[in-house]
Design a protein around this ligand. Structure first.
Ligand SMILES: [Zn+2]
Length: 265
C-alpha cells in the first residue's frame, strides 16, 4: 500500500512539474536516479539535490538547446524585465528571437520615459503545441503577456504592480464603458473571470491605472511591424481610444484582459 502511494506521488509530481515548468518532470526523474544511488533519506538533502539539478538545467542546459530549436529567454535590459522572477525560474520566459527584436525596439523607443516593459508569461522553451497552462495559446514562442502600467499617489508612472504574480487584479469597467466581462459571464463563460484566483496576493493597492502610460506603451508596441495582434479588454480599448486594427478582442472563451496585455507576432 505504502509503495503504491509512493509511486502515485512520484507520478503526480512528474505530471505537475511538467505542466508548470515543462522540464521539471524530466529533472525529477533524473533526481530519482541520483537519489537511488545515494540512498539518502534526509529530506533537506533531497530538496537540495533537486534544487541544484533544476537550477543547473534552467540556467545551463536548457538555454543552448532551446536556442538551437529556435527559442530564447525573453531579453532583460534596463527597461525590460520580468514582473515576477518566478516566470524565469519556472521556464515560462521563452520566445522566438523575433519577439525579442520587437521588445528591444519597443524598449529603445521607451527610453527617456518612466515606462518599463514588465513581462509575464511567455512560452516554454520547447515543442510547438505544448501549452503553457493556463494560457492555451502560448504554445509556439510567439505569444507574450505584459503588465499594465500604473501610477503612484504622486501621479508618477511606476513599474510596480498590483499583485504578486502580476495577474488577476482587474482594471474594472467604468459606468459609461462597454462591459464585456459581464457579457461573457452572462453567456456562461465562467472561466472568463478565472485570473482573479491567480494573484498570489494583492499588493500596492494605492496604484492607479495610467491612461497615458498604457496608451504610450501600447502605441509603441502597435507600431512594430512584426506585431500580429494585441489583446486588451474592450473597455480599456475604448478608454485609451485605441483604433488600430491590430488591437483585437480575444473572445469570451479566453480569460479577461484587463489585468494584463497580450501580444503575439
Ligand atoms: Zn497571453
Amino acid at each position: 500500500m505504502k509503495q503504491t502511494l509512493k509511486i502515485f506521488l512520484h507520478f503526480f509530481l512528474i505530471i505537475f512539474l511538467t505542466a508548470i515548468t515543462q522540464i521539471g518532470g524530466i529533472v525529477y526523474l533524473l533526481f530519482l536516479v541520483v537519489i537511488y544511488f545515494f540512498k539518502t533519506k534526509n529530506i533537506l538533502l533531497k530538496v537540495g539535490v533537486f534544487s541544484m539539478l533544476y537550477l543547473f538545467f534552467i540556467y545551463v542546459v536548457v538555454p543552448p538547446i532551446a536556442r538551437w530549436k529556435g527559442r530564447e529567454p525573453v531579453v532583460t535590459t534596463e527597461n525590460i524585465s520580468p514582473t515576477n522572477y518566478m516566470t524565469v525560474l519556472l521556464n515560462r520566459n521563452y520566445v522566438v528571437p523575433e519577439m525579442n527584436n520587437l521588445l528591444l525596439k519597443a524598449g529603445k523607443q521607451l527610453k527617456g520615459t518612466r515606462i518599463k516593459i514588465k513581462y509575464l508569461d511567455a512560452c516554454f522553451p520547447f515543442v510547438n503545441g505544448f501549452p503553457l497552462l493556463p494560457h492555451l495559446s502560448h504554445n509556439d514562442g510567439r505569444k507574450l503577456d505584459l503588465s499594465l502600467v500604473y501610477e503612484n499617489q504622486e501621479k508618477k508612472i511606476t513599474d510596480l504592480q498590483k499583485s504578486i504574480s502580476g495577474y488577476g487584479v482587474y482594471e474594472e469597467v467604468k459606468k459609461e464603458e462597454w462591459d464585456q466581462p459581464a457579457k461573457c459571464l452572462e453567456a456562461g463563460n465562467f472561466q472568463y473571470d478565472f485570473p482573479q484566483y491567480l494573484t498570489f496576493g494583492r499588493i500596492n493597492k494605492e496604484l492607479e491605472f495610467s491612461n497615458s502610460g498604457n496608451k504610450k506603451l501600447i502605441n509603441i508596441l502597435l507600431a512594430q511591424p512584426n506585431l500580429g495582434k494585441l489583446f486588451i479588454e474592450p473597455h480599456l480599448k475604448q478608454r485609451l481610444k485605441l483604433n488600430h486594427p491590430k488591437v483585437r478582442f480575444h473572445g469570451c472563451r479566453a480569460v479577461r484582459h484587463d489585468d494584463h496585455i497580450h501580444i503575439q507576432l
